[in-house]
Design a protein around this ligand. Structure first.
Ligand code: ADP
Ligand code: MG
Length: 74
């Protein structure tokens, strides 16, 4: 249904770069109830923003019902 393939996200601000996600691969099944747990700053909000289409990932791919997000019109 929804899949993440080796997703990375870097925030670049001036000279500093934060690697917020370093290669996330996971699959969600239909009707699955999922919680994302982790300490503050581990990348939970970043991950949800990417899944919800609110922000763009740096590399990798997001696959929705077998279709790469790269093939969707923006
Ligand atoms: N807009 C941003 N610009 C630069 N760094 C950010 C930004 N948003 C988050 N970060 C950094 O990315 C990392 C992950 O943050 P975040 O996804 O908010 O974690 P969580 O939601 O798990 O607390 C942290 O190091 C945070 O400081
Ligand atoms: Mg958060």
């Amino acid at each position: 249904m929804l899949g993440l393939e080796n997703i990375t996200k870097e925030y670049v601000t001036g000279d500093s770069k934060v690697e917020a996600l370093k290669g996330i691969t996971l699959q969600f099944r239909k009707n699955e109830f999922v919680s994302i747990l982790g300490q503050s700053g581990c990348g939970k909000t970043t991950l949800l923003n990417l899944i919800g289409g609110l922000d763009r990932y740096t590399t990798g791919d997001l696959v929705i019902n077998g279709n790469s997000k790269k093939d969707f019109k923006r």
